[in-house]
Design a protein around this ligand. Structure first.
Ligand SMILES: Cc1ncc(COP(=O)(O)O)c(C=O)c1O
Length: 271
């Protein structure tokens, strides 16, 4: 696939929820149809239901062994965004989704195809790259989810898709958006940021006194951001430990950045 990118998540469940809700938001409210295989994994079912509740996307269930009804429904579908969602390997029956046929149908009816290859990644294909390698299909219409908690033997998951889809998911996925704003807009003149790409964003101030003074000013401004001191961190490395959560909005973060910039003027750093 030309110019593909990937996005990592802590679990397959989260990757599936993010992929379905994010891709469906490419359309306006009520303007997406999701075609979900009846035997899909619970995380896909949850993702589809959540998306429908949030975006009023229309849900259609189909039998992955009989694609005639899927085709019939797509033929009559006039909504601008159509997303077909399947497991690569159906986890209770062990059979494999007919991805070649599904892609052909997706191309014919201008739909996107999302494949959750939790049980195929590391197993199917000569190199173990999964169902797409085995079926030898490549397309910018495919949104591929691989999980790392099965054949790879660790944990986590990734969404791999054409670069613009991944960029869109970054913009729409709240934690990623917050980290991006933080990295672009928060520049300290006295204090120091660490190169963190996670919701934990420490700000190093040096001495205990500095970290405590900054935490006190933040507290007075309505922010609970604890001062972390030795022995939790090395001597001379006291810091503010800022943690983003999914409940924070971009506006919350911008307010915090404004507050931090004003407080920085009153608290020295002795790094
Ligand atoms: C098909 C399928 N998709 C997604 C998941 C969720 O993956 P995770 O356990 O990493 O959340 C599973 C887990 O069992 C699964 O079987």
């Amino acid at each position: 696939m030309p110019d593909a990118r990937a996005l990592f998540f802590s679990t397959g469940y989260l990757a599936n929820i993010n992929a379905i809700t994010g891709i469906s938001r490419l359309a306006e409210q009520g303007q997406a149809s999701i075609y979900s295989a009846k035997l899909n994994h619970a995380s896909l079912i949850d993702g589809v239901r959540l998306t429908s509740a949030q975006t009023k996307a229309k849900i259609n269930l189909f039998d992955h062994q009989n694609l005639d009804l899927l085709e019939e429904a797509l033929k009559q579908d006039t909504l601008p965004l159509k997303l077909i969602v399947v497991d690569g390997v159906f986890s209770m029956d062990g059979d494999i989704a007919p991805v070649e046929k599904l892609l052909h149908i997706a191309e014919q009816y201008d739909a996107l195809l999302m494949v959750d290859d939790a049980h195929g990644f590391g197993v199917l294909g000569e190199q173990g790259h999964g169902i797409l390698e085995q079926a030898d299909v490549h397309s910018e219409r495919i949104i591929y989810v691989g999980t790392l908690g099965k054949a790879a033997g660790v944990s986590g998951a990734f969404i791999c898709a054409a670069a613009p889809f991944i960029e869109w998911l970054i913009q729409k996925g709240r934690p990623y958006k917050l980290i991006q704003i933080w990295n672009e807009e928060m520049n300290f003149s006295r204090w120091e940021k660490t190169p963190s790409s996670t919701p934990i964003q420490p700000v190093i101030l040096g001495s205990n006194a500095n970290a405590l003074a900054a935490a006190k000013l933040l507290d007075e401004a309505g922010y609970w951001i604890p001062a972390i001191r030795p022995p939790t961190v090395p001597v001379g490395n006291s810091r503010l430990r800022i943690t983003f959560s999914a409940n924070h909005s971009a506006d919350d973060l911008r307010e915090l950045i404004k507050t931090l910039k004003s407080i920085e003027k009153h608290v020295e750093s002795n790094l």
